[in-house]
Ligand binder design. Structure first.
Ligand code: B16
Ligand code: MG
Length: 217
């Protein structure tokens, strides 16, 4: 195969972005820092630690290492409560259509997520078997927009970056894919994701002929 596909997780395969939002909102309320869904856009694709740093900057709060770590843990525990309840029904519409099509044609697939919770989430929704490689937040040192996560995935798939197609919902993720020299496909709002080569509202708008063309099948 000439081409490979790399998928982001949160906001592309599952809508865990809404759970991240709820958990951050919970913490922000507790700290008295205003936090809107618009601000949450800037957290997409960004590591947990970096998100908290940004939140504290917005709130003009300087805290000790211990306090920082304890809030980080609190946010994650809150988030994990939502994850525990996830089922296969939470795979976003028409994502299985695309995954099944690519798998049936033997196209290499990878996951490239900033999340340290990526594996448990994939397990919950039953998608582990689709991926030839799963690269997550436990393996990367440089967060998106650094292309590291996608470069590791491409390496695992034994493909040069130009032969990789990346699906992303985050501004930082589109940037990472572009910097890597991969084909970026935005999932979400075309204005927010204007840096992407193509943008779709969601997978229901993507037809298999387009996937076939991208995959050069
Ligand atoms: P965790 P993705 C990212 O996942 C999320 O978009 C981002 O909002 C989150 O802060 C980050 O994972 C870290 O997640 O706290 O679970 O390690 O979109 O790159 O799949
Ligand atoms: Mg995402």
């Amino acid at each position: 195969h000439h081409k490979g596909f790399i998928f982001d997780l949160d906001g592309v395969i599952v809508d865990t972005a809404k759970y991240h939002y709820l958990a951050w909102k919970h913490l922000a309320d507790e700290l008295g820092i205003p936090f809107t869904e618009e601000q949450n856009e800037q957290f997409k694709g960004v590591s947990r630690k970096r998100c908290l740093e940004i939140l504290l900057e917005w709130g003009n709060l300087k805290v000790s290492r211990e306090q920082f770590d304890s809030w980080l843990t609190e946010k994650n525990q809150d988030y994990l409560q939502y994850i525990e309840k996830m089922t296969e029904d939470e795979v976003l519409p028409d994502v299985p259509k695309v995954l099944n099509f690519l798998k049936a044609h033997g196209v290499p697939m990878g996951l490239g997520s900033a999340s340290k919770n990526a594996r448990p989430i994939l397990k919950k929704v039953g998608l582990i078997p689709y991926f030839n490689t799963i690269v997550d937040g436990t393996q990367v040192s440089k967060a998106k927009p650094d292309p590291e996560v996608f470069m590791i995935a491409a390496g695992d798939l034994k493909l040069p970056p130009r032969d990789c197609i990346v699906f992303e919902d985050a501004i930082a993720g589109i940037e990472a894919a572009n910097i890597a020299g991969m084909t970026s496909i935005g999932i979400g709002d075309p204005e927010t994701l204007s840096g992407a080569k193509y943008v779709f509202k969601d997978f229901t708008e993507i037809d298999l002929d387009f996937i076939k063309e991208l995959a050069e099948l």
